[in-house]
Design a protein around this ligand. Structure first.
Ligand SMILES: *[C@@H]1O[C@H](CO)[C@@H](O)[C@H](O)[C@H]1NC(C)=O
Ligand SMILES: *[C@@H]1O[C@H](CO)[C@@H](O)[C@H](O)[C@H]1NC(C)=O
Ligand SMILES: *[C@@H]1O[C@H](CO)[C@@H](O)[C@H](O)[C@H]1NC(C)=O
Ligand SMILES: *[C@@H]1O[C@H](CO)[C@@H](O)[C@H](O)[C@H]1NC(C)=O
Length: 190
């Protein structure tokens, strides 16, 4: 009987002790997450122009199918087919023109009744000291059946910290499996 009636009192003490330990300052500013005012430096705009070579077949294959849905093979749009790519980016449309970087990541067929892709790519630049090692993150819909389309830039690293912007993409050449795409990027960054 005594043990049962003592329980609520112990519980109250426990709640009071917890309330005293967590001060309002700690609740708002955990030691692992500090928030301070941010004054953005003047932003710059960089324009980049290059060609992406995406080869799903042939001796220079740079993209491989890694996953699919049960309906993919019977779907007119290959819905669910997912590819991992490591595509070279070159200065000109010729695959042998100077390399500026690579587009690495995933794309998947995301249109049920229309052929379109969802792309999550990291562009890593390797060519010029100014851009070498910096990346641009692209997460976007790609309406591949249109010759001209627009992609979104959602972030970046290095030279392209705080990046946002867009890419005008234009199919330069394709045979349905292998493509050369002209990319014109407009990037705003710190
Ligand atoms: C779909 O087709 C691909 C390519 O022909 C084949 O590798 C794969 O096994 C097929 N998948 C199914 C689920 O039938
Ligand atoms: C593969 O790439 C090399 C070097 O870029 C090029 O010379 C060759 O023509 C390409 N082969 C094919 C089949 O596209
Ligand atoms: C695709 O087309 C089918 C048949 O016309 C329709 O039932 C379905 O709702 C459509 N799906 C989408 C995502 O538009
Ligand atoms: C780019 O960076 C890598 C790694 O630091 C280095 O090996 C390479 O020489 C650099 N290239 C240029 C063009 O700066």
């Amino acid at each position: 009987m005594g043990a049962i009636s003592a329980f609520p009192l112990q519980f109250c003490f426990a709640v009071m002790a917890t309330a005293l330990l967590i001060t309002p300052a700690q609740a708002n500013h955990p030691h692992w997450g500090e928030t301070v005012p941010y004054h953005s430096p003047p932003e710059k705009m960089t324009k980049l122009h290059f060609y992406l070579h995406d080869n799903l077949i042939g001796s220079n294959q740079t993209g491989f199918r890694i996953a699919e849905a049960a309906i993919t093979n019977s779907s007119s749009t290959f819905f669910g087919a997912t590819f991992m790519v490591d595509d070279p980016l070159t200065e000109g449309p010729d695959p042998n023109s100077p390399l500026v970087g690579r587009a690495q990541g995933l794309f998947g067929a995301s249109g049920m009744n229309e052929t379109s892709l969802i792309m999550g790519l990291s562009l890593v630049f390797t060519a010029d000291k100014k851009f070498n090692g910096s990346t641009i993150s692209v997460f976007t819909r790609n309406a591949v059946t249109y010759t001209e389309r627009e992609f979104s830039i959602v972030g970046g690293t290095g030279f392209f910290r705080f990046a946002r912007g867009f890419i005008s993409a234009k199919t330069y050449w394709t045979n349905g499996f292998n493509s050369i795409i002209e990319w014109t990027c407009t990037v705003v960054h710190n």
